[in-house]
Design a binder for this molecule. Structure first.
Ligand code: NOJ
Ligand code: MG
Length: 538
């Protein structure tokens, strides 16, 4: 489907940048990033050319899961600042023409949230039913076989009231009961609180988890589970996720967001964190009459093998699964996944940047990927990720993607004036923002160039997507809008290949390369990605 540029809302045209607040910029010398720090680094994001910032949670939190355990949905964690700092940051972002998305965590709160403190105080508490409490199974054990995403039973015994409560993640993250109308109303008020303050939308944490099958039946055993996989994967999360009632709630979120803005520049956007196969994933868009989230996050670039044949299939199947009115999106990295440059090396991370920024749909860039941060080995005594600490040795640690941004050659890379909460990338003296900004050949310069090109091109932002023929090791496709026709050619290999130009076209010019620009001579160099302007052959 081709949208007219003028009518397309900002979240279709734009590029999102994820900030992990603990690791962006520290302003007060405690080794942990904060809101004032983020404000002081907005130049970097303007120069990069992104349109919206998504902040991982900044709400009061005991930090058992580094902010994804929220103790108050309507305030700011003191480590990060206060509501005044927040308002200042929001104004500064808006002043630069950018948007701000917050991270809404509806599946669970912290066990220190006053709601849970009250809920656990007595079986008769008016808030008892705001969480999911059950009697033990007849044998005294947990009410069902569900396994926490972080390992171990999903149920925690509460001795004083002699019942179990459910937690899909840590026991410090009790699941909220979205079947309770009062809880639901209170959580809708949370959205209103931030929308009224002027935020431009939300990324919604584990949206497909928020409602469980009413009678909490056992989940089926996964016959394909093998040692070395996470404990969570021993079961298929059939009854604990993706329930029909959750779709109704997601539509309610959308109806609320839509009340806050309808114009192309004023719409408030909802992004749902959802891991499901295409067919079920697509349901989270809802229908044109009753839409749900604008963008159900698509993590397939993270989950797929880095292989052109595989990715060609993944892209085609994802595109084909989308309802006609749905807008695609692509994510290359996050605070939960290994870094792209650690997975495939810097030469291919450049190709990946070109892929991310030229596919059809809204891209999300994860902080630090724009400078190609790669493997960071975290010494055992510095591991902080609770998932890694609970299931050591299977390579699922998330700290390696959460290390601080290296800004310049100052001590601690300009991130802080003291040792940061996680180690810096070991190559920070040569891999930092200041150095790469000066270097026309750096990956940062490539990101800036690609974002600029994207912004100036209707074909790249909103145009049609067509897979193209290509030599071995190469993924090629066209983006088209009106008479603008671009060919993207990505060499995933380390061999020189032949450039195949569509039979009905000629090369007009080369607009971008992951390598130094050169004249086209029929070759695609090893690790080369190209954006080529085509003309129709006459
Ligand atoms: C997904 C978040 O991205 C992750 O960091 C967190 O641990 C879980 N949800 C639980 O909130
Ligand atoms: Mg700080």
């Amino acid at each position: 489907m081709i949208y007219k540029e003028s009518a397309a809302p900002w979240w279709k045209r734009g590029v999102i940048y994820q900030i992990y607040p603990r690791s962006f910029q520290d302003s007060d010398g405690d080794g942990i990033g904060d809101l004032a720090g983020i404000e002081s680094r907005l130049d970097h994001l303007s120069l990069l050319g992104v349109d919206a910032i998504w902040l991982s949670p900044v709400f009061p939190s005991p930090m058992a899961d580094f902010g994804y355990d929220v103790a108050d949905y309507c305030d700011i964690e003191p480590l990060f600042g206060d509501l005044e700092d927040f308002d200042r940051l929001l104004a500064a972002i808006h002043q630069r023409g950018m948007k701000l998305l917050l991270d809404y965590v509806p599946n669970h709160s912290s066990d220190r949230h006053p709601w849970f403190v009250e809920s656990r105080s007595s079986r008769d508490s008016p808030k008892r039913d705001w969480y999911i409490w059950r009697d033990p199974a007849p044998n005294g054990g947990p009410p069902n076989n569900w396994i926490s995403d972080f390992g171990g039973s999903s149920w925690e015994w509460d001795e004083p009231t002699r019942q179990y409560y459910l937690h899909a993640f840590l026991k410090e993250q009790p699941d909220l009961n979205w079947r309770n109308p009062d809880l639901r109303a209170a959580m809708m008020d949370v959205l209103r609180f931030w929308l009224d303050r002027g935020v431009d939308g939300f990324r919604i944490d584990v949206l497909w988890h928020i409602v469980k099958a009413a009678d909490l039946p056992d989940n089926p055993v996964n016959p394909d589970w093998r040692k070395g996989q996470t404990e969570r994967d021993r079961l298929i999360q059939l009854h604990s996720t993706d329930q029909p009632e959750a779709h109704a709630i997601s539509a309610d979120f959308r109806a609320l967001a839509d009340q806050y803005g309808s114009g192309p520049d004023s719409q408030r956007v909802l992004i749902g964190e959802i891991f499901l196969p295409n067919e079920r994933h697509a349901h989270w868009y809802g229908t044109p009459e009753r839409p749900q989230v604008h963008l159900p996050f698509n993590f397939q670039l993270i989950e797929s093998r880095w292989d052109p044949v595989e990715l060609r299939r993944v892209i085609a199947e994802y595109e084909a699964s989308l309802p006609a009115f749905a807008w695609p999106n692509w994510v290359l990295g996050s605070h939960d996944a290994p870094r792209i440059a650690a997975r495939i090396g810097e030469a291919q991370a450049r190709v990946a940047a070109m892929l991310l920024l030229t596919l059809r749909g809204t891209p999300t860039i994860y902080q630090g990927d724009e400078i190609g941060i790669g493997q960071v080995d975290i010494p055992a005594d510095r591991i902080r990720d609770p998932q890694d600490l609970r299931q050591p040795g299977i390579g699922i640690g998330r700290d390696r993607a959460r290390t601080p941004m290296p800004w310049n050659a100052a001590p601690f890379a300009g991130f802080s004036t003291t040792e940061p909460w996680l180690p810096l990338n070991p190559d920070w003296p040569s891999r930092n923002v200041a150095l790469q900004a000066e270097d026309r050949g750096s990956i940062l310069s490539l990101y800036r160039d690609l974002l600029k090109l994207r912004r100036s091109s209707g074909a790249l932002t909103l145009g049609a997507f067509l897979l193209a023929d290509a030599d071995k090791d190469i993924l090629a496709y066209e983006r088209r809008q009106d008479d603008e026709r671009l060919l993207i050619v990505l060499n995933f290999g380390t061999r020189e290949r032949v450039l195949i130009v569509p039979a009905d076209a000629r090369i007009d010019s080369v607009l971008a390369s992951t390598l130094p620009l050169r004249d086209m001579d029929g070759r695609v160099l090893p690790n080369e990605g190209l954006i080529i302007r085509l003309r129709d052959a006459v």
